[in-house]
Design a protein around this ligand. Structure first.
Ligand SMILES: [Zn+2]
Length: 293
């Protein structure tokens, strides 16, 4: 593939920046987090354990002890309005060492319960404790999931190649968080062989803001990153489904034209110049620049 061909994925509208969040466990602190996120127009995905709905507890995790109360099933649709809900296991089991059937049971049961509650397909997952190996990933795939998040920070903005092993950019407590935010917002070209379009993916647990007494850190981050015209604010699932539409494109062998068989318009651009082209749903488009035609 040529660096000059306009065959690289850009985000909807021809944008080069996409921001997403992923928060786990479905705790009461998500209420405050979703309010702050909504106020700044940012979006994300919340990963829930239906087997633990409504269960109250405390968490220390080597830090200050705080409440770890899980939301009840009835409150879920309203608390996460406008955000995406994904599965996180039936009862937050660490699946390492389990056979495929037990892994499928833990994953599929949580997916099915959320689908029943929401009356729509649930396509995403976050591995509890981040634990994943070949058996667990195979079980996630067999459970019909389209993507699953790990806890391995890349400190980069790459679009994942394997969505069932989706490594985030960083945790919200990462030392480099604000440095990464500045790099993300910069218009300097971002180098990746796959695409110059950037994906900033931040994850965590909302109860950690109570443990670390650092809600202000999140508010400061969202003031910086939220409400901008040059950023696509998306849930994890919207990103996966947009990239899937890009993957379904049919290119001519010489990269001069492309056909989009999907129902999603896809934006393309080259690695170096910022001229973009939109390939509408069901359309075929010439990719050569004006001077080449
Ligand atoms: Zn968890």
């Amino acid at each position: 593939m040529s660096f000059m061909a306009r065959d690289r994925i850009y985000w909807p509208g021809g944008k080069t920046k996409c921001l997403t969040f992923s928060y786990d466990d479905g705790v009461e602190q998500d209420l405050r987090l979703t309010e702050v996120m909504r106020a700044h127009g940012v979006r994300g995905t919340f990963n829930l354990n239906p087997g633990l709905f409504g269960r109250n507890g405390r968490v220390t995790g080597g830090k200050r002890e705080v409440a770890h109360n899980k939301l009840s099933a009835e409150r879920v649709p309203e608390v996460y309005r406008g955000q995406e809900i994904a599965a996180h296991g039936w009862e937050h089991a660490a699946m390492s060492g389990m056979d495929t059937a037990r892994c499928v049971n833990e994953i599929l049961k949580s997916r099915a319960a959320l689908e029943e509650l929401l009356r729509q397909p649930v396509t995403g997952y976050a591995y509890a404790f981040g634990t994943n190996d070949d058996t667990i990933v195979k079980a996630a795939q067999a459970s019909g999931l389209r993507y699953a998040r790990t806890v391995v920070s890349t400190e980069r903005f790459d679009i994942p190649q394997d969505f069932l092993r989706w490594d985030p950019t960083c945790h919200h407590n990462a030392e480099k968080l604000f440095e990464l935010a500045e790099e993300f917002l910069s218009d300097k070209s971002y180098f990746s062989f796959f695409s110059p379009a950037k994906l900033f993916y931040i994850w965590g647990h909302a109860y950690e803001f109570d443990q670390d007494d650092n809600w202000k850190r999140m508010e400061k981050l969202l003031e910086l990153l939220g409400g901008r015209d040059d950023v696509w604010y998306a849930t994890n699932g919207e990103i996966e489904s947009y990239v899937a539409a890009w993957k379904s494109l049919i290119f001519s062998a010489d990269s001069s034209s492309v056909q989009n068989p999907s129902a999603t318009p896809v934006w393309l651009g080259s690695s170096f110049d910022r001229e973009t082209v939109c390939v509408g749903a069901g359309e075929t488009v010439r990719l050569l620049s004006k001077k080449e035609m």
